[in-house]
Design a protein around this ligand. Sequence first.
Ligand code: ZN
Ligand code: ZN
Length: 367
Amino acid sequence: MSNRPAERRERLISSVKTAGLDALLVTSELNVRYLSGFTGDSTYLLLTVGGKPLLISDRRYDTQLAEECGGLDAYIRPPEQALPLAACQAISSSGSRTVGFEAPHVSVALHQTLVAGSGAASFVATSELVETLRAVKDADELIEIRAAVDQAIRGFNAVRTLLTPDWTERECALEMEHLLRRFGAKGFGFAPIIGVGDRAALPHYHAAEKKFHESPLVLFDWGAETHSCYRSDLTRVLLTGGATHQMRKVYEVVREAQRLAIAAIRPGVDGRKVDAVARKHIEAAGYGDLSHGLGHGFGLQIHERPRLGPNFDHVLQPGMVVTVEPGIYIRGEFGVRIEDDVLVTPDGCEVLSARLPNDWDWAQVVF
Ligand code: ZN
Ligand code: ZN
């Protein structure tokens, strides 16, 4: 079994110390998973500076905790004790005075219970301590992400050979999910966007009832999720005969915007600058402002740190993975977005999805 969760906890403990805390109560399900390997829910992790980590869970999970979290101590609460009260008890027994909690994941009600039930301990709001660590992927996570990219590409290539004019977007999504699972995925990494014609101009559309023969253009935005819950996120546009001159022009502008942005990715570069490269190219070609950020980190969640966008100053570091997904949307007509998954390497970047082509000739499909 990998000792990665222990390495992650060690790195986290040093940021807990830097923040002047005695302990951190981790309540986010994904953060508990990242730090312990546990894949269940309803479980907290209490990390104390100089003490042993403690999982706080219930009887449903005692075997699973032993199997997945090799050697971590667990407090199994009795059914009559609610999880927040079990956390209070663990905090009191740890003797911690200043305890951090994950403000973005703690409700006002949970905060009130913790404060009322933890005796002398005082609680301090923390934000994204674990998420900041998660932004830089370790070797085990990169294996999972590469697998998720591979499953997504294989599923897409297979469904592409099956496309028929009478298919609705939804029928296509169903077939695609089946194929992703055949290729080893747990399923889609998020509800896929499959948009025919004018539907492709809606950046957050979902597959519905439009049929493939209703337009020569269809946009797919999909990803796979592995059984360890790591995701991929890709977008391609296919042309099914009779594409217009305008479609081709837009396609080439988007493709070049993506190429330029990927060429700008390397350690030390601010996500805003990468975003600006694509944004400027699209604007200079006469298609106005990109209506969304250029890209985002992904992993256990489909959207996580770092962000490539005008509102973020996240600096890229080796081991980060980001999507690069410029788009042009012609309202009421069609849209084109091309999205790839990119790993920041010590001397630049690697396009993890490079084996899925995106040139205009490749995008042509004959029914
Ligand atoms: Zn996407
Ligand atoms: Zn995306």
